[in-house]
Design a protein around this ligand. Structure first.
Ligand code: BG6
Length: 494
Protein backbone atom coordinates (compact mmCIF):
# COMPACT_ATOMS: atom_id res chain seq x y z
CA UNK A 1 0.00 0.00 0.00
CA UNK A 2 1.44 3.32 -1.06
CA UNK A 3 1.09 5.93 1.62
CA UNK A 4 1.01 9.51 0.44
CA UNK A 5 3.70 11.75 1.96
CA UNK A 6 2.75 15.27 2.91
CA UNK A 7 5.41 17.99 2.77
CA UNK A 8 6.35 21.41 1.55
CA UNK A 9 9.65 20.97 -0.25
CA UNK A 10 11.76 24.11 -0.44
CA UNK A 11 14.30 23.71 -3.16
CA UNK A 12 17.31 26.01 -3.21
CA UNK A 13 18.58 25.81 -6.77
CA UNK A 14 15.21 25.46 -8.50
CA UNK A 15 16.50 26.76 -11.83
CA UNK A 16 19.57 24.53 -11.85
CA UNK A 17 20.68 21.68 -14.01
CA UNK A 18 20.46 19.07 -11.24
CA UNK A 19 16.87 20.06 -10.50
CA UNK A 20 15.88 19.72 -14.14
CA UNK A 21 17.82 16.60 -14.97
CA UNK A 22 17.36 14.63 -11.78
CA UNK A 23 15.15 16.13 -9.07
CA UNK A 24 12.00 16.99 -11.03
CA UNK A 25 11.95 13.62 -12.82
CA UNK A 26 12.54 11.89 -9.47
CA UNK A 27 9.70 13.75 -7.75
CA UNK A 28 7.51 13.04 -10.75
CA UNK A 29 8.31 9.33 -10.35
CA UNK A 30 7.07 9.60 -6.75
CA UNK A 31 3.97 11.40 -8.00
CA UNK A 32 3.24 8.65 -10.52
CA UNK A 33 3.63 6.02 -7.82
CA UNK A 34 1.35 7.94 -5.44
CA UNK A 35 3.97 8.83 -2.80
CA UNK A 36 3.45 12.45 -3.70
CA UNK A 37 -0.17 13.00 -4.49
CA UNK A 38 -2.38 15.82 -3.22
CA UNK A 39 -0.71 17.01 -0.03
CA UNK A 40 2.56 18.41 -1.29
CA UNK A 41 3.95 21.63 -2.71
CA UNK A 42 7.40 22.52 -4.00
CA UNK A 43 8.80 26.01 -3.72
CA UNK A 44 11.63 26.44 -6.18
CA UNK A 45 13.99 29.28 -5.40
CA UNK A 46 16.80 30.82 -7.41
CA UNK A 47 17.90 34.33 -8.21
CA UNK A 48 16.17 34.64 -11.59
CA UNK A 49 12.86 36.51 -11.62
CA UNK A 50 10.55 33.78 -12.91
CA UNK A 51 6.77 33.57 -12.61
CA UNK A 52 5.00 30.48 -11.27
CA UNK A 53 3.68 29.78 -14.76
CA UNK A 54 7.10 29.98 -16.33
CA UNK A 55 8.51 27.71 -13.63
CA UNK A 56 5.70 25.18 -14.13
CA UNK A 57 6.50 25.06 -17.83
CA UNK A 58 10.11 24.26 -16.97
CA UNK A 59 8.99 21.49 -14.61
CA UNK A 60 6.48 20.10 -17.12
CA UNK A 61 9.14 19.98 -19.81
CA UNK A 62 11.57 18.28 -17.46
CA UNK A 63 9.19 15.39 -16.76
CA UNK A 64 6.85 14.98 -19.69
CA UNK A 65 9.09 12.50 -21.48
CA UNK A 66 9.60 10.24 -18.48
CA UNK A 67 8.51 6.62 -18.89
CA UNK A 68 4.73 6.40 -18.58
CA UNK A 69 4.24 10.17 -18.51
CA UNK A 70 1.38 12.00 -20.14
CA UNK A 71 1.19 15.75 -20.64
CA UNK A 72 -1.85 15.84 -18.34
CA UNK A 73 0.02 14.06 -15.55
CA UNK A 74 3.05 16.31 -16.04
CA UNK A 75 0.85 19.40 -15.78
CA UNK A 76 -1.04 18.10 -12.77
CA UNK A 77 2.32 17.51 -11.09
CA UNK A 78 3.73 20.91 -12.09
CA UNK A 79 0.63 22.63 -10.65
CA UNK A 80 2.11 21.87 -7.19
CA UNK A 81 5.19 24.01 -7.96
CA UNK A 82 5.69 27.62 -6.89
CA UNK A 83 8.58 29.88 -7.60
CA UNK A 84 10.27 32.47 -5.47
CA UNK A 85 13.08 34.70 -6.67
CA UNK A 86 15.48 34.49 -3.78
CA UNK A 87 18.77 36.06 -2.80
CA UNK A 88 20.19 33.58 -0.29
CA UNK A 89 22.04 36.34 1.57
CA UNK A 90 18.97 38.57 2.03
CA UNK A 91 17.17 37.95 5.32
CA UNK A 92 13.96 39.58 4.06
CA UNK A 93 13.64 36.91 1.36
CA UNK A 94 13.49 34.20 4.01
CA UNK A 95 10.53 35.93 5.62
CA UNK A 96 8.69 35.90 2.27
CA UNK A 97 9.65 32.26 1.87
CA UNK A 98 8.38 31.42 5.33
CA UNK A 99 5.04 33.09 4.61
CA UNK A 100 4.65 31.30 1.30
CA UNK A 101 5.54 27.96 2.92
CA UNK A 102 2.97 28.56 5.69
CA UNK A 103 0.30 29.45 3.14
CA UNK A 104 1.00 26.34 1.06
CA UNK A 105 1.09 24.25 4.20
CA UNK A 106 -2.51 25.31 4.91
CA UNK A 107 -3.63 25.00 1.34
CA UNK A 108 -2.26 21.46 0.94
CA UNK A 109 -2.88 20.26 4.53
CA UNK A 110 0.73 19.39 5.04
CA UNK A 111 0.89 19.53 8.84
CA UNK A 112 4.19 21.43 9.09
CA UNK A 113 6.41 18.88 7.32
CA UNK A 114 9.30 20.56 5.56
CA UNK A 115 12.10 19.30 3.36
CA UNK A 116 14.79 21.91 2.74
CA UNK A 117 16.73 20.77 -0.30
CA UNK A 118 20.08 22.41 -1.07
CA UNK A 119 20.92 21.85 -4.70
CA UNK A 120 22.89 24.94 -5.58
CA UNK A 121 26.45 26.31 -5.43
CA UNK A 122 27.91 24.79 -2.25
CA UNK A 123 29.42 28.07 -1.07
CA UNK A 124 25.87 29.12 -0.10
CA UNK A 125 24.94 26.02 1.91
CA UNK A 126 26.12 27.49 5.21
CA UNK A 127 24.46 30.88 4.63
CA UNK A 128 21.15 29.21 3.85
CA UNK A 129 21.29 27.01 6.95
CA UNK A 130 22.09 30.02 9.14
CA UNK A 131 19.18 32.04 7.73
CA UNK A 132 16.76 29.16 8.13
CA UNK A 133 17.54 29.41 11.82
CA UNK A 134 17.77 33.18 12.26
CA UNK A 135 14.53 33.80 10.37
CA UNK A 136 12.88 30.86 12.19
CA UNK A 137 11.74 28.88 9.18
CA UNK A 138 11.68 25.55 10.97
CA UNK A 139 8.18 24.53 11.98
CA UNK A 140 7.12 23.50 15.46
CA UNK A 141 4.79 20.79 14.15
CA UNK A 142 5.77 18.09 11.65
CA UNK A 143 9.28 17.23 10.50
CA UNK A 144 12.07 19.53 9.36
CA UNK A 145 14.72 17.78 7.27
CA UNK A 146 17.68 19.12 5.39
CA UNK A 147 18.71 17.37 2.21
CA UNK A 148 22.14 18.50 1.12
CA UNK A 149 23.89 17.76 -2.14
CA UNK A 150 27.56 17.18 -2.70
CA UNK A 151 30.18 18.51 -2.70
CA UNK A 152 30.12 18.53 1.08
CA UNK A 153 33.17 20.74 1.50
CA UNK A 154 36.35 20.92 -0.50
CA UNK A 155 38.58 19.26 2.07
CA UNK A 156 38.33 18.18 5.69
CA UNK A 157 38.56 21.70 7.13
CA UNK A 158 35.91 23.21 4.89
CA UNK A 159 33.66 20.17 5.31
CA UNK A 160 33.99 20.53 9.08
CA UNK A 161 33.11 24.23 8.92
CA UNK A 162 30.10 23.46 6.74
CA UNK A 163 29.01 20.73 9.09
CA UNK A 164 29.25 23.10 12.05
CA UNK A 165 27.05 25.63 10.22
CA UNK A 166 24.34 23.17 9.36
CA UNK A 167 24.37 21.45 12.74
CA UNK A 168 23.76 24.83 14.38
CA UNK A 169 20.31 24.64 12.75
CA UNK A 170 19.65 20.93 12.23
CA UNK A 171 20.64 17.94 14.33
CA UNK A 172 22.24 14.86 12.75
CA UNK A 173 18.90 13.06 12.67
CA UNK A 174 17.47 15.81 10.48
CA UNK A 175 20.36 15.90 8.00
CA UNK A 176 20.27 13.87 4.79
CA UNK A 177 23.63 14.17 3.00
CA UNK A 178 23.21 12.91 -0.52
CA UNK A 179 25.54 10.51 -2.23
CA UNK A 180 23.45 9.47 -5.19
CA UNK A 181 25.48 6.27 -5.61
CA UNK A 182 23.82 4.97 -2.45
CA UNK A 183 20.48 5.20 -4.23
CA UNK A 184 21.58 3.07 -7.16
CA UNK A 185 19.90 -0.29 -7.46
CA UNK A 186 23.10 -2.36 -7.70
CA UNK A 187 24.87 -0.48 -4.93
CA UNK A 188 22.07 -1.66 -2.67
CA UNK A 189 22.22 -5.09 -4.26
CA UNK A 190 25.77 -5.50 -2.91
CA UNK A 191 24.25 -6.04 0.51
CA UNK A 192 21.83 -8.66 -0.82
CA UNK A 193 24.61 -10.48 -2.67
CA UNK A 194 26.88 -10.51 0.35
CA UNK A 195 24.44 -11.14 3.15
CA UNK A 196 21.68 -13.21 1.56
CA UNK A 197 23.97 -15.81 -0.05
CA UNK A 198 25.86 -18.08 2.37
CA UNK A 199 27.96 -19.33 -0.54
CA UNK A 200 29.28 -15.86 -1.29
CA UNK A 201 29.24 -14.71 2.33
CA UNK A 202 31.48 -17.60 3.37
CA UNK A 203 34.19 -16.59 0.89
CA UNK A 204 33.94 -12.84 1.53
CA UNK A 205 37.13 -12.33 3.52
CA UNK A 206 40.89 -12.13 3.25
CA UNK A 207 41.31 -15.89 3.22
CA UNK A 208 39.50 -16.12 -0.09
CA UNK A 209 39.62 -12.73 -1.74
CA UNK A 210 42.80 -11.80 -3.53
CA UNK A 211 41.77 -8.27 -4.47
CA UNK A 212 38.80 -6.05 -5.15
CA UNK A 213 38.49 -3.59 -8.02
CA UNK A 214 36.12 -0.66 -8.16
CA UNK A 215 35.85 1.22 -11.46
CA UNK A 216 33.72 4.32 -12.04
CA UNK A 217 34.45 5.14 -15.66
CA UNK A 218 32.90 7.97 -17.59
CA UNK A 219 33.09 8.56 -21.32
CA UNK A 220 32.25 12.25 -21.18
CA UNK A 221 34.85 14.93 -20.58
CA UNK A 222 34.51 17.85 -18.20
CA UNK A 223 31.55 19.18 -20.25
CA UNK A 224 30.48 22.68 -19.15
CA UNK A 225 31.56 22.17 -15.57
CA UNK A 226 35.18 23.37 -15.71
CA UNK A 227 34.33 26.16 -13.24
CA UNK A 228 33.61 23.55 -10.60
CA UNK A 229 35.85 20.72 -11.78
CA UNK A 230 39.08 22.73 -12.00
CA UNK A 231 38.89 23.24 -8.24
CA UNK A 232 37.85 19.69 -7.60
CA UNK A 233 39.33 16.96 -9.80
CA UNK A 234 38.47 13.28 -9.85
CA UNK A 235 39.68 12.62 -6.30
CA UNK A 236 37.28 15.07 -4.68
CA UNK A 237 34.53 14.63 -7.27
CA UNK A 238 34.31 10.85 -7.21
CA UNK A 239 36.72 9.10 -4.83
CA UNK A 240 36.00 10.89 -1.54
CA UNK A 241 32.31 10.11 -1.88
CA UNK A 242 31.03 7.54 -4.40
CA UNK A 243 34.09 5.27 -4.49
CA UNK A 244 34.46 5.30 -0.70
CA UNK A 245 30.80 4.52 -0.15
CA UNK A 246 30.97 1.51 -2.48
CA UNK A 247 34.16 0.42 -0.75
CA UNK A 248 32.35 0.53 2.59
CA UNK A 249 29.50 -1.63 1.28
CA UNK A 250 32.04 -4.14 0.02
CA UNK A 251 34.04 -4.41 3.22
CA UNK A 252 31.69 -3.71 6.10
CA UNK A 253 30.66 -6.46 8.50
CA UNK A 254 27.11 -7.73 8.41
CA UNK A 255 24.87 -5.17 10.11
CA UNK A 256 22.46 -6.38 12.80
CA UNK A 257 19.61 -5.01 10.69
CA UNK A 258 19.07 -2.57 7.86
CA UNK A 259 18.20 0.31 10.17
CA UNK A 260 20.26 3.50 9.72
CA UNK A 261 21.96 2.98 13.10
CA UNK A 262 23.02 -0.59 12.36
CA UNK A 263 24.26 0.12 8.84
CA UNK A 264 26.12 3.27 9.83
CA UNK A 265 27.76 1.46 12.73
CA UNK A 266 29.39 -1.15 10.49
CA UNK A 267 30.22 1.35 7.77
CA UNK A 268 31.83 3.59 10.35
CA UNK A 269 34.02 0.71 11.39
CA UNK A 270 35.38 0.44 7.84
CA UNK A 271 36.30 4.11 7.73
CA UNK A 272 37.92 3.81 11.16
CA UNK A 273 40.19 1.18 9.63
CA UNK A 274 41.19 2.92 6.38
CA UNK A 275 44.96 2.56 6.30
CA UNK A 276 46.42 6.07 6.04
CA UNK A 277 49.43 6.70 3.82
CA UNK A 278 52.57 8.67 4.46
CA UNK A 279 53.45 11.14 1.71
CA UNK A 280 55.82 8.69 0.09
CA UNK A 281 53.30 5.84 0.24
CA UNK A 282 50.58 8.08 -1.15
CA UNK A 283 52.70 8.86 -4.19
CA UNK A 284 53.49 5.18 -4.66
CA UNK A 285 49.92 3.97 -4.25
CA UNK A 286 47.91 6.63 -6.04
CA UNK A 287 48.17 7.67 -9.66
CA UNK A 288 46.68 10.82 -11.11
CA UNK A 289 46.45 11.87 -14.75
CA UNK A 290 44.73 14.13 -17.25
CA UNK A 291 43.18 13.24 -20.57
CA UNK A 292 45.12 14.28 -23.63
CA UNK A 293 43.72 14.97 -27.11
CA UNK A 294 43.06 11.94 -29.28
CA UNK A 295 41.41 11.00 -32.52
CA UNK A 296 38.59 8.58 -31.86
CA UNK A 297 36.46 7.23 -34.71
CA UNK A 298 37.87 9.99 -36.96
CA UNK A 299 36.79 12.57 -34.43
CA UNK A 300 39.31 14.79 -32.69
CA UNK A 301 38.62 14.88 -28.98
CA UNK A 302 40.07 17.78 -26.97
CA UNK A 303 42.50 17.25 -24.17
CA UNK A 304 41.57 18.50 -20.71
CA UNK A 305 43.85 21.54 -20.86
CA UNK A 306 42.15 22.64 -24.10
CA UNK A 307 38.66 22.55 -22.66
CA UNK A 308 36.82 25.85 -22.13
CA UNK A 309 37.51 27.25 -18.69
CA UNK A 310 40.52 25.01 -17.98
CA UNK A 311 43.95 26.56 -17.30
CA UNK A 312 46.63 25.68 -19.86
CA UNK A 313 48.87 24.51 -17.02
CA UNK A 314 46.09 22.96 -14.96
CA UNK A 315 47.14 20.38 -12.40
CA UNK A 316 43.62 19.10 -11.88
CA UNK A 317 43.42 15.34 -12.29
CA UNK A 318 40.70 13.87 -14.49
CA UNK A 319 41.76 10.33 -13.56
CA UNK A 320 42.69 8.60 -10.35
CA UNK A 321 43.75 5.05 -9.69
CA UNK A 322 44.81 3.89 -6.29
CA UNK A 323 45.26 1.07 -3.86
CA UNK A 324 43.41 1.24 -0.57
CA UNK A 325 43.51 -1.18 2.33
CA UNK A 326 41.12 -1.56 5.20
CA UNK A 327 42.77 -2.95 8.27
CA UNK A 328 39.87 -4.94 9.74
CA UNK A 329 40.34 -8.57 10.82
CA UNK A 330 38.33 -9.69 7.75
CA UNK A 331 40.15 -7.66 5.10
CA UNK A 332 43.59 -6.67 6.37
CA UNK A 333 46.06 -6.86 3.51
CA UNK A 334 43.49 -7.27 0.72
CA UNK A 335 44.27 -4.67 -1.94
CA UNK A 336 41.24 -2.67 -2.99
CA UNK A 337 42.07 -1.05 -6.31
CA UNK A 338 39.96 1.89 -7.33
CA UNK A 339 39.93 3.93 -10.52
CA UNK A 340 37.75 6.65 -11.91
CA UNK A 341 38.06 9.18 -14.65
CA UNK A 342 36.56 11.27 -17.39
CA UNK A 343 37.05 10.52 -21.08
CA UNK A 344 37.70 6.86 -20.48
CA UNK A 345 36.83 4.16 -22.98
CA UNK A 346 33.17 3.93 -22.01
CA UNK A 347 30.71 4.69 -19.28
CA UNK A 348 30.45 1.95 -16.70
CA UNK A 349 30.53 1.47 -12.98
CA UNK A 350 31.56 -2.02 -12.11
CA UNK A 351 33.13 -3.90 -9.26
CA UNK A 352 35.19 -7.06 -9.59
CA UNK A 353 35.97 -9.35 -6.70
CA UNK A 354 38.92 -11.54 -7.60
CA UNK A 355 39.10 -14.68 -5.48
CA UNK A 356 42.28 -16.55 -4.69
CA UNK A 357 43.04 -19.45 -7.02
CA UNK A 358 43.11 -23.02 -5.67
CA UNK A 359 46.24 -23.81 -3.74
CA UNK A 360 46.92 -27.22 -5.35
CA UNK A 361 47.62 -27.99 -9.00
CA UNK A 362 45.43 -30.98 -9.59
CA UNK A 363 44.74 -29.59 -13.04
CA UNK A 364 48.25 -28.52 -13.88
CA UNK A 365 47.95 -24.94 -12.66
CA UNK A 366 45.27 -24.23 -15.23
CA UNK A 367 42.64 -23.09 -12.72
CA UNK A 368 41.93 -19.38 -12.92
CA UNK A 369 40.71 -17.11 -10.18
CA UNK A 370 36.98 -16.98 -9.75
CA UNK A 371 35.79 -13.45 -10.41
CA UNK A 372 32.51 -12.00 -9.28
CA UNK A 373 31.66 -8.83 -11.18
CA UNK A 374 28.88 -6.51 -10.11
CA UNK A 375 27.62 -4.27 -12.91
CA UNK A 376 26.38 -1.24 -11.06
CA UNK A 377 25.46 0.68 -14.20
CA UNK A 378 24.66 0.29 -17.04
CA UNK A 379 23.54 -3.30 -17.62
CA UNK A 380 22.68 -3.86 -13.95
CA UNK A 381 23.46 -7.38 -12.86
CA UNK A 382 26.39 -9.60 -11.97
CA UNK A 383 28.51 -12.37 -13.34
CA UNK A 384 30.67 -15.10 -11.86
CA UNK A 385 33.48 -16.88 -13.65
CA UNK A 386 34.13 -20.46 -12.65
CA UNK A 387 36.48 -23.16 -13.88
CA UNK A 388 34.75 -25.95 -15.77
CA UNK A 389 36.11 -29.02 -17.45
CA UNK A 390 36.51 -28.90 -21.18
CA UNK A 391 34.48 -31.49 -23.06
CA UNK A 392 36.45 -34.57 -23.99
CA UNK A 393 38.98 -37.01 -22.63
CA UNK A 394 41.50 -34.57 -21.23
CA UNK A 395 41.37 -32.88 -17.87
CA UNK A 396 41.66 -29.46 -19.46
CA UNK A 397 39.80 -26.64 -17.77
CA UNK A 398 37.76 -23.91 -19.40
CA UNK A 399 36.72 -20.66 -17.88
CA UNK A 400 32.92 -20.37 -17.78
CA UNK A 401 30.85 -17.36 -16.95
CA UNK A 402 27.49 -17.35 -15.17
CA UNK A 403 25.83 -14.10 -15.99
CA UNK A 404 22.71 -12.36 -14.76
CA UNK A 405 21.55 -9.06 -16.15
CA UNK A 406 18.32 -7.37 -15.15
CA UNK A 407 15.93 -6.88 -17.99
CA UNK A 408 16.51 -3.41 -19.43
CA UNK A 409 12.82 -2.56 -19.35
CA UNK A 410 12.62 -3.55 -15.71
CA UNK A 411 15.61 -1.40 -14.72
CA UNK A 412 14.17 1.55 -16.62
CA UNK A 413 10.87 1.13 -14.77
CA UNK A 414 12.55 0.78 -11.35
CA UNK A 415 12.91 3.97 -9.28
CA UNK A 416 15.94 5.98 -10.22
CA UNK A 417 18.57 6.75 -7.54
CA UNK A 418 17.22 10.19 -6.77
CA UNK A 419 13.65 8.96 -6.61
CA UNK A 420 14.60 6.39 -4.03
CA UNK A 421 16.58 8.90 -1.98
CA UNK A 422 13.90 11.60 -1.98
CA UNK A 423 11.39 8.98 -0.93
CA UNK A 424 13.72 7.90 1.89
CA UNK A 425 14.09 11.52 3.03
CA UNK A 426 10.31 11.98 3.03
CA UNK A 427 9.96 8.76 5.03
CA UNK A 428 12.68 9.72 7.49
CA UNK A 429 14.99 6.85 6.58
CA UNK A 430 18.66 7.88 6.78
CA UNK A 431 20.19 4.52 5.86
CA UNK A 432 21.21 5.59 2.37
CA UNK A 433 22.66 8.95 3.38
CA UNK A 434 26.10 9.73 4.71
CA UNK A 435 27.02 10.53 8.28
CA UNK A 436 29.34 13.38 9.17
CA UNK A 437 31.89 11.01 10.69
CA UNK A 438 32.14 9.10 7.40
CA UNK A 439 32.77 12.30 5.52
CA UNK A 440 35.32 13.48 8.05
CA UNK A 441 37.29 10.26 7.67
CA UNK A 442 37.12 10.03 3.91
CA UNK A 443 38.11 13.68 3.55
CA UNK A 444 41.11 13.16 5.80
CA UNK A 445 42.13 10.16 3.73
CA UNK A 446 41.92 11.93 0.37
CA UNK A 447 43.38 15.19 1.72
CA UNK A 448 46.60 13.32 2.49
CA UNK A 449 46.87 12.00 -1.07
CA UNK A 450 46.12 15.40 -2.58
CA UNK A 451 48.71 17.01 -0.31
CA UNK A 452 51.29 14.48 -1.52
CA UNK A 453 50.40 15.30 -5.14
CA UNK A 454 50.93 18.98 -4.39
CA UNK A 455 54.61 18.27 -3.78
CA UNK A 456 55.09 17.60 -7.50
CA UNK A 457 53.97 19.13 -10.78
CA UNK A 458 54.23 15.83 -12.61
CA UNK A 459 50.96 15.13 -14.39
CA UNK A 460 50.89 12.05 -16.59
CA UNK A 461 48.36 12.03 -19.42
CA UNK A 462 46.27 9.39 -21.16
CA UNK A 463 44.75 9.65 -24.60
CA UNK A 464 41.01 10.35 -24.45
CA UNK A 465 39.14 7.10 -24.99
CA UNK A 466 41.59 4.90 -23.07
CA UNK A 467 41.45 3.52 -19.54
CA UNK A 468 44.05 5.85 -18.07
CA UNK A 469 47.83 6.06 -17.98
CA UNK A 470 50.22 3.11 -17.95
CA UNK A 471 50.94 3.74 -14.31
CA UNK A 472 47.38 2.64 -13.50
CA UNK A 473 48.13 -0.85 -14.80
CA UNK A 474 51.58 -0.90 -13.22
CA UNK A 475 49.99 -0.24 -9.85
CA UNK A 476 48.38 -3.68 -10.02
CA UNK A 477 51.18 -5.41 -11.94
CA UNK A 478 53.48 -4.63 -9.01
CA UNK A 479 51.33 -6.92 -6.86
CA UNK A 480 51.03 -9.53 -9.61
CA UNK A 481 47.47 -8.41 -10.41
CA UNK A 482 45.73 -6.80 -13.37
CA UNK A 483 42.51 -4.89 -14.05
CA UNK A 484 39.80 -7.40 -14.84
CA UNK A 485 37.86 -4.91 -16.93
CA UNK A 486 39.88 -3.73 -19.91
CA UNK A 487 37.42 -2.43 -22.49
CA UNK A 488 38.72 -1.67 -25.94
CA UNK A 489 35.66 -0.56 -27.85
CA UNK A 490 35.50 3.20 -27.42
CA UNK A 491 32.15 4.82 -26.82
CA UNK A 492 32.69 8.48 -26.10
CA UNK A 493 29.10 9.49 -25.40
CA UNK A 494 27.66 8.36 -22.06
C1 BG6 B 1 28.77 13.28 -9.81
C2 BG6 B 1 30.01 13.97 -10.30
O1 BG6 B 1 28.79 13.17 -8.41
O2 BG6 B 1 28.70 11.98 -10.37
C3 BG6 B 1 30.05 14.01 -11.82
O3 BG6 B 1 30.06 15.29 -9.80
C4 BG6 B 1 29.83 12.63 -12.40
O4 BG6 B 1 31.29 14.54 -12.27
C5 BG6 B 1 28.63 11.96 -11.77
O5 BG6 B 1 29.66 12.78 -13.79
C6 BG6 B 1 28.52 10.51 -12.22
O6 BG6 B 1 27.31 9.97 -11.79
P1 BG6 B 1 26.63 8.77 -12.54
O7 BG6 B 1 25.41 8.47 -11.75
O8 BG6 B 1 26.32 9.24 -13.94
O9 BG6 B 1 27.64 7.66 -12.56
Amino acid sequence: MVEEKAAVIILFGGSGDLARRKLYPAMFGLFQRGFLKDRFAVIGTARRPWSDDYYRDIVTNAVKDQPGATVEAAEAFAAHFYYQSHDVTDAAHYITLKELAAKLDDQYHVGGNRLYYMAMAPNFFATIAEHLKSESLLTAEGFNRLVIEKPFGHDYQSAKALNESITATFDEKQIYRIDHYLGKEMAQAILALRFANPLIGAAWNKDHIQNMQITLAEAVGVEERAGYYEGSGAMRDMVQNHVMQLLAYLTMARPQSLTPEAVHAVKGDVFDHLQPYTQEEALANFVRAQYAPAVVDNLTVSGYRDEAGVAKDSLTETFVAGKITVDTPEFAGVPIYVRTGKRLTRKSTQISIVFKPVAHDLFGAQAKSNVLTIYVEPGEGFSLTLNGKALGQSNDLTSEELRFRHDERATKAAPEAYERLIQDALEGNQTNFTRWTELAQTWQFVDAIIAAWHTTTAMPTYPAGTMGPKAASELLARDGNHWVWQPTHVQLAD
